[in-house]
Design a protein around this ligand. Structure first.
Ligand code: SF4
Ligand code: SF4
Ligand code: SF4
Length: 642
């Protein structure tokens, strides 16, 4: 990743762009030792801005149309989001997002980062935030760190390479070497189920964050990262896709090229670049833009007063060779010690925030970690140094804290406290996970609690793991958090069940249902626990109310139908099964299964002809299912039709 180099104290800095009603102007002369520069003149407006805005608006309208079509029909193309590739790599689910990401990578390898500059909503958001801040007189300065620039690539590897490497290489090696502790730490990967087609989906929104998270996400990854880390701050320090796009950009023959005879080194190109590329220097040294941060937005091409820049094909940047003259020394914000210390802060902060309360998604955690790192660095400087400024505010002057400095330090203190709390909860969950992974009690043993079956060692492990998980719950549940972490609460409920504490397990599962809404597997576990506790009526009532709230809960429907059948209430079970058929599931295979289940109840009632009728429809819907054909043959035989 590129590091960003604009700085007021840099002797070879790019021209400082000043706002005027007609657009920014640049101060000249810009460069020492270069060719003569032309007189100062106003930087003209880029014609590319409105074009990019049109592209982004069109893309967002298409997204809205996609969403509306899904809401109306219940099925649609899976999200065209690169993050969906994770499901392809982990579960073999080939989806539209994975195909899009593959095409984007290939296109970047040939043309450079056009996809970033012209299609990414986060790039548009960051540019919009930068533009709004500029209108408000706030000019964020790029935060320049060498080490943190590796974060996107490492995140990209973690997201897209680690799952496969873990499954194919690391887990088998740890298993073969007997490193069970390390294996527990990374989590044993499930077997790869093979590739399957998920290009069309019904769960279009399943992998998107809920609105209450989406809004802070956009504020953090847009405004906060741009304010603290500079224009395209999220791209520079947080985006895992950028971690792949940046190296591919270096290999791409598609480049911004200069006609050296036309370039007068006026610096207008650098002044408009929202990716912090020092365009005028790069074209002078290499005859082209070589910075991997270039997103081919084409603003520099548009504003060049001499028409010196153009897009074309040339030798990839990685083979650019030595610069034509001694490269200008780059300045960085951090000393080497600070680099390492702040890399540690970034990692700890990311670890603390990621998945906090089951709410903070990975990309948001990266954005928070980047901003936290900057704020801690600046707070330390404010405490230590004589004169410290942050964008638009003086924190200290001649060693004395200014009101803005006091407010900034108070905010930094709160952030550190929140991060420390998140870290504590995360560590408790991790310690719980490590112990929990050693609890090998089966579900039936936990639920039946047959004396002597669960060993004392297993009970001791379960109790220790439970203590850690309970600390990761909310204050009102005896924990240390503001709300429960769903995974910790689920595992705590399970461990209560292992220890025979059914009421505590039931209370935790109900608490989760109240907070998060009913989930299929959780509701089934709850009903089973209630049934084993002798509270069958409550179990059936709970299953019924869950199914009323969400008729798509297949596990709940099966469990309810089985519970009613066990009670001898076949009519009730039949009604539950009919409910699934009446839904007219858009997936023919699921509808076939629903009809087969209905037929099974009809068979139990002795209504063989009706069962055969349902199974005949099921066989037409899913002719490849041999069990349906088998049941159909039996039903036809018993009903005397063959
Ligand atoms: S680096 Fe990431 S966030 Fe930035 S433009 Fe590219 S894909 Fe979007
Ligand atoms: S490429 Fe154009 S805008 Fe950039 S320094 Fe040269 S003449 Fe100026
Ligand atoms: S170098 Fe030019 S094309 Fe690349 S991001 Fe900057 S302004 Fe856009």
């Amino acid at each position: 990743m590129s590091t960003r180099r604009h700085h007021v104290s840099d002797p070879a800095r790019p021209p400082s762009a000043k706002q005027s009603p007609a657009g920014p102007t640049v101060s000249l002369p810009v460069l020492g030792g270069g060719r003569p520069t032309e007189p100062t003149r106003r930087v003209r407006r880029s014609k590319m801005g409105p074009r990019r805005a049109t592209v982004f608006i069109t893309l967002h309208l298409l997204f809205i149309a996609h969403f509306v079509q899904w809401r109306l029909t219940g099925r649609t193309l899976s999200p065209i989001e690169p993050s969906e590739t994770m499901y392809t790599l982990e579960q073999g689910a080939i989806n539209a997002g994975a195909i899009f990401f593959a095409v984007a990578l290939l296109a970047t390898l040939i043309f450079g980062r056009f996809m970033c500059g012209w299609t990414c909503h986060l790039a548009a958001l960051q540019d919009l935030c930068g533009w709004i801040m500029k209108k408000m007189g706030v000019r964020p300065k790029p935060f320049r760190s060498r080490l943190l620039g590796w974060a996107p690539l490492l995140l990209g590897l973690y997201m897209f390479v680690w799952p496969t490497a873990k499954r194919l290489v690391i887990a088998p090696a740890l298993k073969a070497g007997g490193f069970d502790g390390a294996l527990r730490l990374i989590g044993a990967p499930p077997a790869f189920p093979g590739f399957s087609n998920h290009i069309v989906t019904e769960g279009f929104w399943d992998t998107f964050a809920a609105w209450p998270i989406a809004i802070p996400f956009l504020l953090i990854c847009g405004f906060a990262t741009v304010y603290f880390l500079g224009a395209k701050g999220f791209c520079t320090y947080g985006c895992p896709y950028g971690g792949f796009f940046a190296p591919l950009e270096q290999l791409a023959p598609g480049r911004i090229l200069v006609d050296p005879d036309k370039c007068k080194q006026c610096g207008h190109c650098t002044a408009v670049c929202t990716s912090n590329v020092r365009v005028h220097e790069q074209v002078r040294e290499y005859g082209m833009v070589t910075d991997p941060g270039c997103m081919k937005c084409m603003d520099c091409v548009s504003v060049c007063p001499n028409g010196a820049l153009s897009f074309g094909f040339a030798t990839p940047a990685i083979f650019k060779g030595a610069p034509k003259r001694a490269p200008i020394k780059r300045n960085y914000d951090l000393t080497r010690r600070e680099e390492f210390a702040l890399a540690g802060v970034f990692l700890v902060s990311f670890f603390a925030w990621r998945g906090l309360y089951g709410l903070v998604p990975m990309l948001m955690a990266v954005g928070i970690a980047g901003c936290t790192t900057f704020i801690i660095w600046k707070a330390r400087r404010a405490i230590r140094d004589q004169n410290v400024r942050i964008i638009g505010a003086q924190l200290t002057r001649r060693g004395r804290l200014r009101p803005a400095g006091v407010a900034f330090l108070a905010g930094a203190g709160l952030l550190v406290a929140a991060t420390a709390q998140g870290l504590t909860l995360r560590v408790e969950r991790l310690r719980g996970d490590l112990l929990d992974a050693r609890v090998t009690v089966s579900k039936i043993d936990a639920f039946t609690q047959t004396p002597g079956v669960i060993s004392d060692t297993q009970r001791a492990l379960a109790r220790r793991a439970l203590a850690h998980y309970r600390r990761a719950l909310a204050f009102d549940a005896g924990g240390w958090g503001f709300t429960d972490h769903p995974d910790a609460a689920t595992r705590a409920a399970w461990l209560h069940a292992v220890l025979g504490e059914r009421d505590a397990a039931i209370a935790l599962l109900r608490r989760l249902n109240d907070r998060l809404g009913v989930a299929d597997a959780r509701e089934v576990d709850l009903a089973q626990l209630l049934a084993f506790a002798g509270r069958e009526d409550e179990a059936i009532a709970s299953l019924r109310s869950a199914l009323d709230a969400d008729p798509t809960l297949a596990g709940v429907r099966d469990t309810l139908a089985s519970a009613l059948t066990l009670r001898g209430d076949l009519a009730g079970a039949l009604e539950v099964r009919r409910g699934a058929v009446r839904r007219h599931d858009p997936d023919p295979r699921r509808e076939a299964r629903a009809r087969a289940a209905l037929a099974a109840t009809l068979m139990q009632m002795g209504r063989h002809a009706d069962a055969a009728e349902e199974l005949a429809i099921a066989a037409r819907l899913d002719p490849a299912d041999p069990s349906i054909l088998n049941d159909l043959a039996v039903a036809l035989y018993l009903s005397g039709q063959v």
